[in-house]
Design a protein around this ligand. Structure first.
Ligand SMILES: Nc1ncnc2c1ncn2[C@@H]1O[C@H](COP(=O)(O)OP(=O)(O)O)[C@@H](O)[C@H]1O
Ligand SMILES: [Mg+2]
Length: 332
């Protein structure tokens, strides 16, 4: 388990101070995969560097299994760093070392005897599907394979937390799918996984929970199935892919969100009957998130029918609903 409390990171120069992290708090229990999503400039890379203890936060604390990493002395810092395995965006492998010696490197630093560390490295390579590549050099591997080696290396010291920095943003779609599958397969009851990304599909495919980082702050956070339970959250709009509001000639637009078995009920027909007017579906999508089905529909309410009454009727049937014009969906 990792707990981050009120983390602040300021970059100071003579001219100005940039507050890259402005009080980030977060808990990721062992056994979970947590996504942190944000646009460019949100503070993602700064958060990665602070969590990996490559950079000292200005204030706040990072606690892993009851140990406060931010108060570690210089001597203990190396040991503290071993609790977090970091997987870089571009693998960051040593070109002059064979694959197996790349994976064994953290164990070498930790003073593990050669035979033992090489044996462990070979086990880890088998785990990431690269048993046959142990004795070649990184330059002979594809980007996806290099990423696998990076994952094996991060696991070498048996960390409590595995931290991914944009793990798939340099990969093609097919390799991305394979790496996401591998990350999912690493789920263990004693390992907390954090994936930092700007790609919503990564969150959809592998995360149990997610935080939205904006201007150095976490503005929304929670299990996937909770953050998409209402229409008006930023994360729910991003995860469900709700398009921006367009002026519509057909009538007033209403968005409807239903989940689970409810998503299959003939909600629109039933509501049409209740209000005595035909509701037309003008858009929609179905998402499977963390094992639950979410269905989003955009409905045109004919002129002369009270759209707010339609919203109420949907809500009475257990769905969430809102006037599209009042949702404030981001165009981004
Ligand atoms: N070493 C640095 N010195 C000064 N400002 C920095 C430094 N690193 C990042 N920043 C600033 O901190 C903010 C967050 O940056 P960053 O963590 O790189 O965001 P992201 O990875 O989400 O794009 C930005 O405004 C960026 O300009
Ligand atoms: Mg970045």
């Amino acid at each position: 388990m990792i707990t981050v409390v009120d983390l602040v990171k300021e970059y100071r120069s003579k001219r100005r101070t940039v507050r890259a992290l402005d009080g980030v708090s977060l808990t990721v229990p062992a056994g979970r995969i947590h996504g942190i999503i944000g646009h460019s400039g949100a503070g993602k890379s700064t958060l990665v560097r602070c969590l990996a203890m490559l950079e000292k936060p200005t204030s706040g604390s990072i606690v892993i299994q009851d140990k406060d990493m931010t108060t570690a002395t210089a001597i203990n810092l190396r040991r503290a760093r071993r609790r977090i395995g970091l997987v870089f965006q571009h693998g960051n492998l040593f070109d002059s070392r064979t694959v197996v010696h790349n994976v064994a490197y953290p164990l070498e630093i930790a003073g593990v005897p050669r035979a033992e560390r090489v044996a462990r490295a070979r086990e880890l390579l088998a785990l990431v599907g690269l048993a046959d590549a142990a004795d070649i050099y990184p330059s002979q591997l594809s980007g996806g394979m290099q990423q696998r080696v990076g994952i094996a290396r991060a696991l070498a010291v048996d960390p409590d937390v595995l931290l991914f920095d944009e793990p798939t943003s340099a990969l093609d779609p097919r390799t991305t799918g394979e790496i996401l599958e591998l990350i999912t397969s690493l789920r263990r009851p004693d390992l907390a996984v954090i994936v930092i990304t700007h790609e919503m599909h990564v969150v959809k495919e592998i995360c149990d929970s997610v935080s939205l980082l904006e201007h150095g702050r976490i503005v929304e956070s929670g299990p996937l199935t909770d953050v998409v339970s209402t229409l008006d959250g930023r994360l729910s709009q991003m995860l469900l892919g709700i398009p921006p509001h367009e002026n519509d000639l057909e009538g007033t637009l209403v968005d409807v969100l239903s989940r689970g078995s409810q998503a299959n009920q003939p909600l629109i027909a039933a509501t049409s009957r209740l209000i005595g007017a035909e509701l037309a579906i003008v858009g929609g999508s179905v998402e499977h998130l963390a094992g639950t089905t979410f269905s989003h529909l955009r409905i045109a309410v004919p002129r002369g029918v009270d759209a707010r009454l339609v919203v109420e009727k949907f809500k009475e049937q257990g769905a969430d609903a809102a006037l599209t014009s009042e949702l404030g969906v981001d165009d981004a």
